[in-house]
Design a protein around this ligand. Structure first.
Ligand code: SAM
Ligand code: SF4
Length: 328
């Protein structure tokens, strides 16, 4: 079992498969050249070996992210490979989820499901085609919507992620209605300031998100979600299953956000990041490339040991860490 110096159990690994992306979201990588090619990403079989080591050390939840993870054509085999690994404790239940911008999902949904994937998070910042284009620099809304439909059709559990901004505040309730009528959880993410983002974006705080929703619905706080950092709430309108519809808020600026942190991150080039906003990382690339399991295990423990008590997100202190490197 992995436990950090603040007695938090670390059982969640986020793995970025590439820095490359087919979008250029304003809050992530708006200025990256269109022809940017990631030549540092490790081969998926190499990353798989690290994940097996992580599982043997007590990791039970794995999120696959990027950049855009569906740009790796062998992703379904990779997921199947994780499920095929038998943890040293046979009672361990490994959960895998994937975060995608949804653009290529229509093509991949069935093979991901066949590989054993159960859950998928899809980023969706607007229901207006022009706004999606302005945010992502891709005329992508129709494809994203088809991706969502395909994921639901093949039986993947779908959650939607919206980065909440003053610029998109007018769509928060529309997004809730979209999720409610389709029976999918919508999670609003506080914009996390970073030097790669468009500096004209204005973040919405979790209180402002709640105020916006409270203007239309009565809100009841629920609990923290099982696989993810969101606090859940319900509204006085029913979901498809007849129960009050629930939504989530991910608020890294809030004081209690880090107290329950259970995660560690691996970048596509093999660097372990103890915290999304923290520069003290551990380079495991050489060990991963050479397949040295013992050193991988030691470096993983070192990264867990390096976890800070709290992140440092604030409007004054801007992180230099790029979301498309760390995977968010
Ligand atoms: N490309 C995939 C996607 O967009 O879903 C996966 C990678 S993306 C870096 C992972 C998550 O980070 C997405 O939900 C995205 O909205 C979120 N994200 C990116 N930049 C962010 C920022 N500055 N603040 C908050 N969330 C951000
Ligand atoms: Fe790409 Fe995801 Fe970053 Fe948008 S948030 S640019 S889709 S990696």
């Amino acid at each position: 079992m992995l436990v950090d110096t603040f007695k938090r159990k670390i059982d969640y690994l986020r793995v970025s498969l590439t820095k490359q992306c087919n979008f250029r979201c304003q809050y992530c990588m708006p200025d990256t050249p269109d022809d940017f090619f990631d030549n540092t990403a490790l081969a998926l079989p190499k990353l798989l070996e690290f994940i097996k080591v992580a599982i043997d050390n007590g990791i039970t939840k794995i999120r696959i992210t990027g950049g855009e993870p569906l740009l790796r054509p062998d992703i379904a085999e990779f997921i199947a490979g994780i499920y095929a690994h038998k943890p040293s404790d046979p009672n361990t239940n490994i959960e895998i989820a994937l975060t995608t911008n949804g653009f290529l999902l229509e093509r991949f949904a069935q093979s991901l499901k066949d590989a054993g994937l159960k859950r998928i998070n899809i980023s969706l910042d607007s229901l207006k085609p022009e706004r999606v284009k302005a945010i992502s620099k891709r005329d992508a809304l129709p494809q994203i919507l088809r991706g969502i439909e395909s994921a639901q059709r093949v039986g993947l559990g779908v959650k939607l992620n919206m980065v909440a901004l003053v610029q998109t505040r007018d769509e928060i309730c529309d997004m809730l209605e979209f999720g409610r009528t389709r029976g999918v959880l919508v999670r609003f993410i506080e914009f996390m300031e970073n030097t790669h983002a468009n500096s004209t974006l204005i973040p919405l705080t979790s209180s402002e998100i709640l105020e916006t929703i409270a203007s239309r619905y009565k809100i009841t706080p629920l609990f923290k979600e099982h696989f993810g950092p969101a606090k859940l709430f319900s509204i006085d309108a029913k979901s498809k299953d007849g129960r009050p519809y629930a939504f989530g808020i991910i608020a890294p600026h809030e004081d209690d956000f880090c107290a329950s942190c259970n995660r560690i991150r691996l970048t596509s080039e093999g660097v372990l990041c103890p915290c999304l906003f923290y520069q003290d990382s551990v380079n495991a690339r050489e060990a991963i490339v050479s397949g040295d399991k013992e050193t991988m295990s030691t470096l993983l423990k070192q990264a867990v040991h390096n976890k800070p008590e709290k992140n440092q997100w604030s409007a004054e202190q801007i992180s230099e860490r790029a979301f498309y490197h760390t995977g968010g």
